[in-house]
Design a protein around this ligand. Structure first.
Ligand code: KG4
Ligand code: ZN
Length: 354
């Protein structure tokens, strides 16, 4: 029997049992992560090796360095995940990997490593979309959460409003027509001389500042539920340059806070509109930007006012990790969806192909 035939049989048996312990690997950008999660919700190990300090030297992610660092990090992370969970590879039912979207070289390290591991173990392999992973972080954080719900996914590369109809089934409601929210945070932060990655630090310095100090434009988008951050980002950066040229001082914290307010208002306004128009009862946040303090407060407040149940992962599960990949993989596996060893990295794959 071929590897795939035997993996398929094992997957079918796991579907019937409704249980699986999944080891997942995430390497789409600058975080190498390995996690072990039971039944999509119970975390047995969550190991992350961050490369942020290295990339900070260059002001952003250097893809070739990211790939090399993933290769070095994967084996030690596996040892640590097994050590901490007290498990051996014999206790693992399936292997999951992020296959896209992300940096192609970075993705390939995890995909190749995951394929080799699955093959050596004779275990089913599951390919996971990184965005679906972000959404699924909510399942780990909130055992009571089940579809359907509306989810705002805001990360360094993506800003989407999706409806999670059923596990693994999505309807795209809106998305950014240009920059992602995280990308805008990082670029504005750079102008304020905030080191990479700028989003978290910009958020932190905004907390004690006056967010009404500066007025920035709000974008108009063709689609009712779409975002546009490029005009805002350019306006904010240009205004900063103009003020500096005039020799006027920029109060960085107030500047940061005013920009943060513009982004968060847009994210929350559109998400609330999408919830209202689709009759949603539940709303969730996901992605790195979901760890933004103001975004978390605003969605709580406005979601609560609208009578919605509001969910968001803890900040540690908003940014890249492998727990979310293992959770998404569980629901794919339960539908019998496993990958063949031909699985390839797909750097531009979408959440919904259409
Ligand atoms: O989801 P993520 O870890 O990686 C991608 O899939 O892109 O998101 C990283 C992005 C970065 O742009 C980072 O600046 C942003 O999320 N981010 C934040 C915050 N924490 C992370 N942006 C605003 N406020 C934060 N607290
Ligand atoms: Zn991510």
């Amino acid at each position: 029997m071929s590897y795939y035939e035997s993996a398929l049989r094992k997957a079918q048996a796991l579907c019937q049992k409704g249980h699986a312990r999944i080891l997942a690997v995430e390497s789409s950008c600058d975080e190498t992560a390995i996690a072990i999660v039971e039944d999509g919700r119970r975390v047995l190990a969550n190991e992350i090796a961050s490369q942020v300090d290295t990339h900070a030297l260059y002001g952003g992610v250097v893809p070739e360095i990211a790939s090399r660092m993933h290769v070095e990090a994967l084996d030690p992370l596996l040892d640590r995940a097994l050590d901490k969970s007290g498990l051996t590879l014999k206790d693992i039912d399936a292997v999951a990997v992020t296959f896209g979207p992300g940096l192609v070289g970075a993705l390939l390290t995890g995909v190749s490593w995951g394929k080799a591991l699955a093959y050596a173990m004779g275990a089913p392999l599951i390919g996971v979309n990184h965005i679906e992973g972000h959404v699924s972080a909510n399942f780990v954080a909130h055992p009571e959460l089940e579809p359907p719900f509306v989810c705002l996914v805001a990360s360094g590369g993506h800003s989407h409003i999706v409806r999670v109809d059923r596990y693994g089934e999505y309807t795209m409601i809106g998305k950014t027509v240009d920059d992602a929210a995280g990308e805008a945070f990082d670029k504005v932060a750079r102008v304020l001389n905030i080191p990479y990655p700028g989003g978290p630090l910009l958020d932190k310095m905004s907390e004690e500042a006056d967010e009404n100090a500066y007025k920035f434009p709000r974008a108009h988008t063709p689609g009712k539920y779409d975002f546009s951050f490029s005009g805002l980002k350019t306006a904010v950066i240009n205004q900063a340059h103009t003020l500096r040229q005039k020799g006027e001082e920029i109060r960085s914290a107030d500047w940061a806070a005013s920009f943060r307010k513009a982004v968060v208002d847009a994210l929350v306004d559109k998400t609330m509109l999408a919830c209202r128009d689709t009759g949603a009862k539940t709303v969730a946040l996901a992605g790195g930007v979901a760890s933004n303090r103001k975004l978390r407060r605003e969605i709580q407040r406005r979601g609560g006012e609208a009578g919605l149940r509001v969910f968001m992962p803890p900040a540690s599960l908003c940014t890249d990790n492998a727990v979310m990949i293992a959770s998404a993989a569980f629901y794919r596996l339960m539908k019998g969806e496993i990958a063949e060893l031909t699985l390839n990295a797909q750097p531009s794959v979408r959440l919904i192909e259409n």
